[in-house]
Design a protein around this ligand. Structure first.
Ligand code: NAD
Ligand code: MG
Length: 378
């Protein structure tokens, strides 16, 4: 019997890559539910091919016809995530909108293959608690965290000493700070090694993405923040290093593709044959280089690390401020340099509290968004 999968955000970069993987694994998995925000046309095409039992379009009403149930509005995400025939929920939603569905899926005992890292940053305590109490499990899709999981499979937490996550450094790695501050949207969207959605591509240019990933790693693997390091590695071939207590280090390598970490999140802890991705070739990979993170190039990265160590709702505020600032940048309302400045203002102004209830987290998120809109445009 094949395993039922729900894909939240099926029209996005992660969602489309997931369907690409599933197209090669049809005997193991079947698509039970698909959801999208507003791209009704692509969603209908996917539905025609995969015939899911449930189809959800957040913004667009119950349009279209076809077999299976249809839902709309934000509630369709939870309906898809908790569908009784679903065993694995691939959460490929961008931003805080994915939180409720992740919590619901984990509480219903399902596996969440999590690409939607913002929700683990926003509400790490709640999400990990929902998994513990509901019997669900969080398996990372993010390539760095998949690499860590692959290197640590079968090893206990007590044997782990340190993680080193790699960052490509984005398109502005070699630019002087004044030029970066004035970078255009088109320049920020020109990622050197990965093709992804717009928000995460901007996050890679500011290195906010890596700060989010440090927090993600803390909640996934239970390491203190001083045991999660980051190194810039422009080739994106080494996805992460794991140092063990005896000093030995393992790394996971491969040409950049999200299809491998997506497949692993679906089959973990097993591996299955798959011929879809380019096989690794060290000679073709060529020279691999590593550099320290330059603080003047990536001011927002330091802000994210500081919010992480503050704890409580500080990461919630960091994420919310960044989501608002990136949206304004993509709309052309603020310059690139204003993203970090906005986050800094929000973190200076707001006071972090405990992040152990949904009400507290949602209030911190809303408060930070309000502050960010004021700070960005003042
Ligand atoms: P994307 O913009 O390409 O796709 C986002 C998807 O989410 C779309 O299907 C959209 O319909 C849906 N969506 C957006 N807003 C929504 C809302 N309010 N309610 C419901 N659905 C909504 O983004 P992406 O690049 O696929 O990234 C998705 C997530 O995966 C992000 O959290 C990102 O950080 C993470 N991630 C992406 C990659 C990658 O290679 N693309 C790699 C690692 C992690
Ligand atoms: Mg990543």
């Amino acid at each position: 019997m094949s395993i039922g999968v729900a894909i939240l955000g099926s029209t996005g970069s992660i969602g489309c890559s997931t369907l690409q993987v599933l197209a090669r694994q049809r005997e193991r998995f079947r698509v039970v539910a698909l959801t999208a925000h507003s791209n009704a046309e692509l969603l209908e095409r996917q539905a025609a091919e995969w015939k899911p039992a449930y189809l959800g379009l957040v913004n667009g009403g119950k349009r279209g016809s076809g077999p299976g149930a249809r839902g709309s509005g934000a509630s369709c995400l939870v309906e898809a995530a908790t569908h009784p025939d679903v065993r694995i929920v691939v959460n490929g939603i961008v931003g805080a909108a994915g939180l409720e569905a992740t919590l619901a899926a984990l509480s219903a005992g399902k596996r969440v293959a999590l690409a939607n890292k913002e929700t683990l940053v926003m509400a790490g305590e709640l999400v990990t608690r929902a998994a513990r109490e509901g019997g669900g499990e969080i398996v990372p899709v993010d390539s760095e965290h998949s690499a860590v999981l692959q290197c640590t499979a079968g090893r206990g937490r007590a044997e782990l000493a340190r993680l080193i996550l790699t960052a490509s450094g984005g398109p502005f790695r070699t630019w002087p700070p004044e030029r970066i501050a004035a970078a255009t949207v088109a320049e920020a969207l020109r990622h050197p090694t990965w093709k992804m959605g717009r928000k995460i591509t901007v996050d890679s240019a500011t290195l906010v993405n890596k700060a989010l990933e440090v927090i993600e790693a803390h909640f996934l693997f239970g390491l203190e923040y001083d045991a999660v390091d980051v190194v810039v590695h422009p080739q994106s071939v080494v996805h992460a290093f794991v140092e063990f207590v005896d000093g030995s280090v393992l790394a996971q390598v491969g040409f950049p593709t999200m299809e491998l970490p997506i497949l692993y999140a679906l089959t973990y802890p097993a591996r299955v044959p798959d011929a879809g991705t380019r096989r690794f070739d060290p000679v073709a990979a060529g020279s691999l280089t590593f550099e320290a993170v330059a603080p003047e190039t990536y001011p927002a990265y330091r802000l994210g690390r500081a919010a992480a160590t503050s704890g409580g709702t500080a990461p919630t505020a960091f994420n919310a401020a960044n989501e608002v600032a990136v949206r304004l940048f993509l709309e052309g309302a603020i310059p690139f340099g204003r993203i970090a400045a906005t986050i800094a203002r929000v973190l200076e102004t707001g006071r972090p509290g405990a992040a152990d209830t949904l009400e507290a987290v949602l209030a911190a998120d809303a408060g930070a968004r309000r502050l960010a809109r004021e700070a960005a445009c003042s």
